[in-house]
Design a protein around this ligand. Sequence first.
Ligand code: DGJ
Length: 724
Amino acid sequence: MIEIIRENHLIHLRNACISYVMVETPEGILAHLYFGAPLRQLCPHGLARHAGVERLSDFTVQECSLSRLPQELPSFGLGDHRPGALTAVAADGTTAVDLRMVSAEVLDGKPRLEGLPATFGEDSKTLRILLRDAHTGLEAELLYTLFEDVPAIVRSVKLCNAGDKPLQVTRLHSLCLDLPDDQWELITLSGAWARERSISRRALVPGFQGVGSRNGASSHQASPFLALVRPHTTEAQGEAIGASLIYSGNFTATVFDSQFNTPRMLIGLNDEDFSWLLEPGESLQVPEAALVYSQTGLDGMSQGFHVLWEGHLLPRRWVHQARPVLFNSWEAAYFDFDEEKLLAIAQSAAEAGADLFVLDDGWFGHRDDDYTSLGDWYTDRRKLPGGLGRLADRVRAMGLQFGIWMEPEMISEDSDLYRAHPDWAMQIPGREPIRSRHQLILDVSRADVQDYMVASVSQTLQDSGAAYLKWDMNRNYTNIGSIALPASRQRELPHRYMLGLYSVLERVTKAFPDVLIEGCAGGGGRFDAGLLYYSPQYWCSDNTDVLSRCRIQYATTLVFPPSTMGSHVSAVPNHQTARVTPLEARFAAALGGSFGYELDPRKLTEAEREDIRRQIAYAHATETTRLTGRFHRLLSPYEGNDTAWMSVSHDQREAIVTFIREHSLPNTLPPMLALRGLDPQLNYRVEETEEVSGGDELMQAGLCIPVKQGDAEAVVYTLHAVEA
Ligand code: DGJ
C-alpha cells in the first residue's frame, strides 16, 4: 500500500512503514510537518504553535519568523537564519531566494534521475512538487518516492533557471529534515585509510555538527550518512532516523540544532569549492538522498537501508546472485609476478575449490611499481608473454573464472597516454601538480577522456573475457582544474567529474552486464550508495586484519548489507597491522561479506590448505543465508571485547552466527549470546554441536558459545530448523 493524500494543503505520503507529511502555508511555502511511524491523518495544529501562531493560516513571512518554520527546501535571506538547503546568487549579486509552491502531482513509479545513480522500482509512487522564485525565475523540482514495505523515503532536487538572467548556485542540498525536538544523538561513520567507517555517537549540541568530504571521493575519512537516534536507542529498540546520499563525491552530512532546539538535518553536495552556473534555460540535478525511519533501534534502521538498497538500488543482475569465492593476487604477489607464478597461485586456488582468480595491479604498461603506466591498458609482455588472453584462458582451463584489476580514472606521467594527452590530466596550468601515489587524475569531466576510459575498459574485458572487474581509484583530488572548462565553471569540476564517472560506468555496465564489478578506492575510500548502483560489491578496506575488520564491517552494516562488503582472508602477520591471528578467525570475519582470499596459497601448510578447502565449501553452502538473509548485529566491538553478528534466511529456517573474541579472558564462563530474527515457534539444530534448542530459547536465554583461550578466537555456528 502506497498512498499520497492531498487535502487542505496537506500532503501525506504513507506506506505500511512510514508517514511523511508536508503542508503548504497560505503564502505557498512548503513546510515540513512529520516523518515517522505511519499515521492515519495529521492536523497542522502543532506546526502552527511551533511557528508562533494560533492557526497556520495566520503564518506570514512578514509577521512571523521563518526561523521557526520547519521547511522542505529552506533558502537564505528572508528570515530563516539556520543553514539552508539552497543558495543562489542572482545576476545582481544578491542571494535571497523565495521559493513558493507552483504545483504538485502524483506519478506512478519513479522517473529516472538524469546522469545520476538513483533508486528504481515499479512498486512505487512519486510526488513531484514544483516551487518557483518569482523574482529570479529560479525553479526547484522536488521528487519524493515511496516504495512498498520499505521504511524509507527518497528525495532529490533539480533546479532550473526559468528566468532570463544567469544564476550561480552555490549550495544545493538533496535533503533537509527539520525535527520538532532535539532529544537525539548523532551517529556518523568516520575513519581513515585502513580504518574506514568507525562508529561515532555523540549528543547534539547547539549549532553545527557533522561530517563531509572534499577529497573528490566520498572518502576513507567520512561516509555520506548520518543518523539521529534517541539517547535510549539501542540495537533492538528506540527511534532512529538515518540519511544516506546516493553519491560518491564531495558531500556534507550535518545537523544544526537551532535556538528553538529544533535540529535540521542536511545532506548533499559539499558547497565548499562548489558553484554551478545556470544560464537561462539550464538545469542542475543533484543526487538523491534516502531517509529511513525505525522504531526498532539501529537494527530496524539497518534493515530499512538493506531492504531499500537490495530491492531498489543494487544492480538487479547481481543482487540475488551467488558471488564467486575469489583469490586476489595483490597481497600474494604485489607487482612481482610472471605468468608461471600467477598460474601456480591460480592452480592452488582451483584445487581449494575457489570460483575466480583475480589478477590485480601490475599487468600492464611496464608497471613494476606504482610510479608508471596508469592509462596504458595493454599487457606487459615481459611478465605475460602470451598476453592477458592466454593467461585468462589458462586460468579458465583450471575451472576458474578470470577477473582483472584496473584503475581507469588515473594517469601516470610516465605513460604513453600522458605523453600523447598531457591535457587530459586534472591540472592548474602553471602550478606544479601534486602527485599522490606518484600519479595524476584524469579529467573525467571531459567527453574525450570518458570515451577513452570506456574504450580501454571494454578492450581489456574483451581481450581477457573477464567475468569480474576490480575498479580501483587510489588517490584524492589536488590541483582541481580542467583545461576544458572556462573560468566561470571551474568550481563545477568535482561534480562534473562524478557525472562523467557515472556516465562511463553506465556505458560499461550496459555493454558488459554479466561482468561483476567490485569497486575499490585504496580499500573502502568510496564505499557509498552511488557506486553500489554499478558495483554490487565494494572492497571494504585494505586492512584485512580480523580485529580491524570486526570494527569496519560491523559499522559498515549500519547502512549496507553484507553482500556489498568485499571481505578476504589474508596471510599473517597481517600486512597492515602485523598482527598474527588464527586462520579460523580470519575466515569467520571474511565470511561476513562477499568472500575470498588475498594470499599466496603455495606458502601455506598442507593442513592450512585443507582448512581452506573446508572453508570454501562452507562459504558456498551458506552463501544464500549469509549474503541475502536478514542481518543482525549482536555484540559491538565498539562496546566490548566481543563481536557477534548473524544472518537469518528469509524463511527463518537457516541461520549463521559469528562470534569473535578480541582478547583472551582467563577464568570466565562461556558467553550466552542472545540471537535475533529466529522463529520462536521453531526448533533449531546447531550443526557444529548437534544440540537442538527452541528459537524462543535461543533469542531469550541465548546460545552458549564456548570460546577457546587465545586472542582473536572465533566461533561460527550454523543453525537449521528441525521439526519438533
Ligand atoms: C589499492 C587496493 O585497495 C588494493 O587492494 C590493490 O588493488 C592496490 N590498490 C593495487 O594498486
